[in-house]
Each structure stands twice: as structure tokens, then as C-alpha cells.
Design a protein around this ligand. Structure first.
Ligand SMILES: [Zn+2]
Ligand SMILES: [Zn+2]
Ligand SMILES: [Zn+2]
Ligand SMILES: [Zn+2]
Length: 262
């Protein structure tokens, strides 16, 4: 893309404010990569802490490794279907294996039924939640209704916009109210549909989909059929006994594709 990612207003060669700045794909990819990196860093930091704590404080180590797996799963979800996916998948298994070996990983048992709450197992089910709703989305560039003819911007294009929040809305570059983007500088930015308290959001349904638009919208636990478990484990199985999580045992046993109506 352009060698310049920002221009001081009035600088020689600076583009016109709000002019087209090319397709938005590289910005989207960069954003996704930054989310992956940030969660990966969190995962590694928590994993290191867990390993350190495991020597003398098992319950603290368990808490920390849970956070590590949660962050690793989030990194994996953001990386899904990109070249970054494989690395996050590996990290998830590495932390999971260590947990299983040193602290154990088992199904949760509550109210007579088992559930899978292990992040590794949940991440191996290719499914997530999708929210069906209607709301007025405000264009981050012109602050008008994104669906109306008053907004001339396209979701797949980027624009040269001035940084910083003002009385009419958040920063056009990062959509935050407080940030480091300067009002005397033009940055390349994607169009974001801003939903606020004034957007009259109406939620219609929540459904399960193969790949959610919001990568982190996932189930927090998977129910497990006790009957099936009994068949799997044989006659010695009594509901209530501790059942280990296989996902964290050895190698990867593959992904389970979501097969519901989509
Ligand atoms: Zn607009
Ligand atoms: Zn900003
Ligand atoms: Zn597990
Ligand atoms: Zn795997």
C-alpha cells in the first residue's frame, strides 16, 4: 500500500481530507493481526506465570493457566482462516498439554450433568454465536446514518481522515473517545458502523453459526450427554466421578465442524 500512513494537514503531497485512500483490506488484516498478537502475548505471559506458580501454589497456577488458555483461544479465533491460525492452534495445545500433565484438566460436573468448559475443547468446535439485530449505524467518517444517501462512504474503502474525537463523535481513526491520533494529521481509516445508545437497537435472535462475525462470540461451555459418556467409559462409570478432558492429552484430534442449519 501507500508508503505514507499519515500526513500532517497542509504538508506537501498530502491527500485531501476525506478523500479515498484505497481498499480497506490491508487495514482490516493489520487490525486482525494486532488482535492475534495481543492475545498471544497475554497467553504466553499467563502461561509463564502458571509454570512459575505450579511449584508452590497449585490453585493460583490453575487460575493463571485458565487465563492463558482463554487468551490462546481468543488469539486462535481472531486468526481463524488466516496464515496466523496454525501458530495459535499450536500454542493452545502446548499450554493445554502442560495443564493436563501438571494440573489436570477435567469436565465440569454440576447439577447431575457434565459440561466441557476447557477453552481448548471449545475452540475445536467450529461454531459461534451470531446476533441478529437492527440498529441505526452511524458512519465513523461523516457521522451520518451509514444506510442513508447522506453518507457517501463505502465499507470496503478507506479514507484519509483527521484524527481525534470532537463534539460530534469519537476519533475517526480508532473510534475511541480518547486516543493519541492528532487533529492536525490525516490517517488512513476504514469505515466503521458505530452503534450507540441512540441507535435504537432491537435484538431479534441469537443463532449458532459456523464462523461468527465477532470472532470472540463463542459458547462458554459445551453440554455433554451423560448417556453417551457412560457408553464411552464403560460399566465402571458413575455420574459424578472426575472425567478428564481428552483435548488436552496428546496430539490434536481434529476439529468438529458445525453442522446445524446456517
Ligand atoms: Zn459516511
Ligand atoms: Zn484515535
Ligand atoms: Zn482440556
Ligand atoms: Zn487441535
Amino acid at each position: 500500500m501507500s508508503a505514507h500512513s499519515s500526513f500532517r494537514l497542509g504538508e506537501v503531497g498530502a491527500p485531501a481530507e476525506d478523500s479515498d485512500a484505497g481498499p480497506t483490506k490491508d487495514l482490516t488484516d493489520a487490525y486482525i493481526a494486532s488482535r492475534v498478537r495481543s492475545y498471544r502475548r497475554q497467553a504466553k505471559r499467563s502461561f509463564q506465570e502458571a509454570q512459575r506458580l505450579a511449584v508452590g501454589n497449585k490453585s493460583a497456577a490453575e487460575e493463571r493457566v485458565k487465563q492463558a488458555l482463554d487468551a490462546a483461544a481468543r488469539a486462535f479465533w481472531w486468526a481463524e482462516d488466516s496464515e496466523l491460525e496454525g501458530q495459535q492452534h499450536q500454542l493452545m495445545h502446548k499450554i493445554g498439554r502442560w495443564k493436563r500433565k501438571n494440573l489436570g484438566c477435567s469436565l465440569s460436573f454440576n447439577g447431575g450433568t457434565y459440561a466441557q468448559r476447557c477453552s481448548v475443547a471449545i475452540a475445536h468446535k467450529k461454531m459461534g454465536l451470531s446476533m441478529g439485530f437492527t440498529a441505526t449505524r452511524i458512519c465513523s467518517v461523516c457521522r451520518r446514518d451509514l444506510a442513508s444517501d447522506d453518507c457517501p462512504h463505502f465499507r470496503d474503502r478507506s479514507y484519509w481522515v483527521r484524527g481525534g474525537a470532537d463534539a460530534d463523535g469519537p476519533c475517526r481513526v480508532c473510534t475511541q473517545d480518547s486516543c493519541k491520533h492528532r487533529t492536525d494529521t490525516l490517517y488512513r481509516a476504514s469505515v466503521v458502523g458505530i452503534i450507540s445508545a441512540q441507535s435504537n437497537m432491537v435484538l431479534h435472535e441469537i443463532s449458532i453459526v459456523r464462523k461468527p462475525a465477532q470472532p470472540e462470540a463463542r459458547l462458554t461451555e459445551l453440554p455433554i450427554d451423560t448417556q453417551e459418556l457412560a457408553e464411552h467409559l464403560g460399566s465402571n462409570f458413575l455420574p459424578g466421578v472426575s472425567v478428564s478432558c481428552d483435548q488436552c492429552l496428546g496430539g490434536c484430534s481434529g476439529f468438529i465442524e458445525f453442522s446445524g442449519q446456517d
